[in-house]
Design a protein around this ligand. Structure first.
Ligand SMILES: NC(=O)c1ccc[n+]([C@@H]2O[C@H](COP(=O)([O-])OP(=O)(O)OC[C@H]3O[C@@H](n4cnc5c(N)ncnc54)[C@H](O)[C@@H]3O)[C@@H](O)[C@H]2O)c1
Ligand SMILES: [Fe+2]
Length: 373
């Protein structure tokens, strides 16, 4: 039996934050990205909240949310005992909010009425996923907490909020969307509904992301990419991901490579591997490349996939993305020394099981070596 769920109510557009006016008489814990305090964005959000609400703000959010930051937020949760939480920011901020909720509700035996997610990057899709990725910095591990009830029940997609993102954040988070789409497409849990979302994700990102990078103030394109980021989130939270994400989490945990960049570095090699080891994956990638206009109808699957891989590399170059760990600034010897850790932890990552074929240690090593230098 196929199952597909999108429990989140989604409001998109430049007026979507007006939804917040509906909240009355709530104890609100707002978890907001560290760039937000003292910005017009946060002021605009606070202005929309009715005076009858009590609002407490937690903004000690760090990229790749570490447990220490989450625990500080849990202490605030214990004091506030919120009835509503609002997570605003990049994936790290929304995930920090979800993780604070995870522990806060358990400790206090409470259940929130609403968790509202307001993304300021077009990337993770966290506003519609059941996942919060947290980091154990002492043990250099990144772990996805995954529970159905962690899915936000409201998502507000205001394209204006992503316009303040630094160019690199637009590039990296956008490549995360492409990775979600390509992994969900061939994942073990894929079905026709998730395929539709994933194929559209591949189409939009391969055409519009570089424009958003070069002309960040194009509100129409920003809204398209913001919506497709959400759609790719719906695809992968239902279909699953694969070993690109399983390895990307290790590049984040060990070398602090931003998540979307880690995905992008690995993506062409993971696509190649999956296409070589699964006929179904090969055909699905090729068909998606044709539908996105990256390859003509008459082209073989193999050549269509080559066009797709070329486009990924071309986009990374156009958006000034380092293609390897060395180009990102990691010493080759340090990267090589971590080979076994990366392989072992990738196999334990919750996203690994979604991959259409099970790569061996040697296969994982070969992919890892490709991104070292
Ligand atoms: N929960 C999920 O389903 C899911 C899925 C994929 C990835 N993730 C996780 O999400 C995290 C990555 O999230 P991300 O790619 O959105 O990056 P991020 O949240 O780490 O943000 C990157 C940087 O950009 C800044 N920033 C964000 N939006 C901005 C804006 N509009 N203006 C100015 N600065 C802004 C942040 O303060 C931060 O310094 C990783 O930890 C990754 O593992 C979660
Ligand atoms: Fe991701």
């Amino acid at each position: 039996m196929e199952e597909f769920q999108i429990p989140t109510k989604i409001f998109s557009g430049v007026d979507s934050l007006d939804w917040l006016k509906r909240l009355k008489n709530k104890q609100i814990l707002m978890v907001c990205d560290s760039f937000l305090p003292d910005t017009p964005t946060l002021a605009g959000i606070q202005q929309r909240l009715d005076q009858s609400n009590t609002v407490s703000v937690f903004s000690d959010v760090k990229p790749d949310p570490p447990l220490t930051s989450i625990m500080a937020g849990v202490a605030q949760f214990n004091q506030v005992k919120p009835t509503v939480m609002i997570g605003i920011g990049g994936g790290s901020a929304i995930d920090t909010g979800k993780a604070i909720r995870f522990f806060g509700e358990k400790i206090n035996h409470t259940h929130l009425e609403d968790f509202v997610a307001i993304p300021t990057t077009s990337g993770t899709g966290s506003e519609v996923t059941n996942i919060a990725v947290v980091s154990d910095t002492q043990n250099h591990t990144k772990v996805p907490l995954s529970e159905p009830y962690l899915t936000p029940n409201v998502a507000l997609l205001d394209p204006q909020l992503v316009m303040t993102a630094p160019k690199a954040v637009t590039a990296y988070s956008g490549m995360d969307v492409l990775t979600h789409s390509l992994e969900a497409l061939v994942s073990k849990g894929a079905n026709t509904i998730t395929d539709a979302l994933a194929e559209k994700g591949i189409d939009v990102i391969t055409h519009d992301l570089v424009d958003c990078y070069q002309h960040g103030d194009d509100v129409t394109k920003r809204q398209t990419v913001h919506e497709i980021s959400c759609a790719a989130g719906m695809a992968f939270t239902n279909a699953g991901l694969g070993f690109c994400h399983a390895m990307a989490h290790q590049l984040g945990a060990n070398f602090h490579v931003p998540h979307g960049l880690a995905c992008a570095m690995l993506l062409p090699y993971v696509v190649t591997y999956n296409a070589e080891h699964s006929e179904v994956a090969m055909h699905k990638y090729a068909e998606a490349a044709r539908k996105a206009g990256l390859a003509s109808r008459g082209l073989s699957d193999r050549l269509a996939i080559q066009r797709l891989r070329n486009r990924i590399h071309q986009m990374m170059i156009q958006m000034d993305c380092p293609l390897t760990l060395r180009a990102f600034g990691v010493e080759v010897k340090d990267a090589e020394a971590k080979t076994q850790v990366v392989i072992d932890d990738a196999k334990l990552d919750a996203t690994f099981v979604g991959n259409p074929v099970v790569p061996s240690d040697e296969d994982l090593k070969a992919v890892y070596q490709k991104v070292i230098r």
